[in-house]
Each structure stands twice: as C-alpha cells, then as structure tokens.
Design a protein around this ligand. Sequence first.
Ligand SMILES: C[S@@+](CC[C@H](N)C(=O)[O-])C[C@H]1O[C@@H](n2cnc3c(N)ncnc32)[C@H](O)[C@@H]1O
Length: 221
Amino acid sequence: MTAAPDGSDPAGPGPTEWTTGAPEVGVGPWDGPWPDDPRYDPELLAEGDRRNVVDRYRYWRREAIVADLDTRRHPFHVAIENLRHDANIGTVVRTANAFLAAGVHIVGRRRWNRRGAMVTDRYQHVSHHADVADLVSWARSVGLVVVAVDNGPGSAPLETTPLPRACVLLFGQEGPGLTPEATAGADLVVSIAQFGSTRSINAGVAAGIAMHAWIREHAAP
Ligand SMILES: C[S@@+](CC[C@H](N)C(=O)[O-])C[C@H]1O[C@@H](n2cnc3c(N)ncnc32)[C@H](O)[C@@H]1O
C-alpha cells in the first residue's frame, strides 16, 4: 500500500485511535534542546508521551491541557443517571471530551464505572449531583435548559427539534432508562428515531448521537 504524504501507513491507526501492539502510540523523549515553556512537562520531555492526546498537546502537563480546553469548551453539558453502575457512563464521558462539553454530571451514586472513559475524565470537569432535583436546580441557576434524551411517549424527534445552545443533555441507564423524575424535571424530552425491532439503542451510542446533533447545529464550520 502507498504511504500517505506524511509517510504514515494509510491503513494504520488514526491519530486518536488506540492500539494494542507495536507501534506504540505517541512520541518518545524530546529530541534536541527542551522548549522553555511552562506548559511542557519535564517528565514527559525526558521519557516520551504515550498518552491518548491529540498531537497539539504532546508533552504538555495535564493542567495545561485542561486550561487550554477551558478556553474553548462548548456551552453544552452532559448528565447521566447513575443508579446501577452502568458501564456506559465511561463512554459518555469520553465522547463528552471528544466533543468538548463544558461539563459532565453524574446523577445518583457518586462512584461510577470509569473503564470506558479511558482516562478522558482527567481532562473534563466532572460534577456529582445526589439526584435529578439537584441537577435541575443547578441547571436553572446557571441558565441551562435541561434536555432529557429518551424515547418515551410524547418525546420530540431529535432529528427535527432544535437543541438549545446552552443546555444539559440528560441520559438514562441501560435497562430502566430515564427515571420519571428526570423526564418530569426536564424542559424538553427528545428521542432518536429508530426503525428496527429493538426498543432502544445503547445509552452510550444515544449520547454520542445527541451530542453530535448539538455539534452539527451549533459548532459546525
Ligand atoms: C437502553 S435505554 C433505556 C430504555 C428505554 N427507554 C426503553 O424503553 O427500553 C438507555 C438510555 O439510552 C438512551 N436511549 C436509548 N435509545 C434511545 C432513543 N431511541 N432515543 C433517545 N434516547 C435513547 C436514553 O437516554 C435511555 O435512557
């Protein structure tokens, strides 16, 4: 296969993909004189940077990356009910990082399954709310519209319903879906159209679709 213009293998992993074997992700020790910039981490410069971060942030301290992300975060937040330790929460957090959500809110149990987050939560502002009432009251206090995402009766089609720019997208869990308190407390409930036989799609997938709907509407070039 022909190499890409930058010399990389076009069939190889993309810049933000995970790999399990050689070649290693990331870069080795810094080559040449070290940059004089406090954003760089001496340990990473010395040992290399194998983190799953985009090239722009190679060798940067985590705090410097978060500070840079904070200058351009989008005004949507995501929230997910956490009653049963749903493994999808990590996926929601990782996608919220990729789409640069302003914040992530865990509603219910404080402990959540971090596995699917692949450490992306370290670059996010993650908050906890004891229940939906607490989330809704916080959202109102900062002027955010609460948009519940589920496919119950009376929900508006996501495909044709405008999403508010400043909002919290609230997701339910595998199994029970959103609690009645969540749908009652929301300003708007939107559903993702389905055409097959299954009652619902995976919560992490639904969250990705809803976040991307926001991106298409408010952040597309
Ligand atoms: C597996 S679903 C839950 C149950 C679903 N309400 C049912 O009746 O089977 C888990 C979560 O994924 C999201 N979800 C799944 N399918 C969806 C759809 N078609 N539209 C909107 N949200 C969906 C919602 O946030 C939901 O609470």
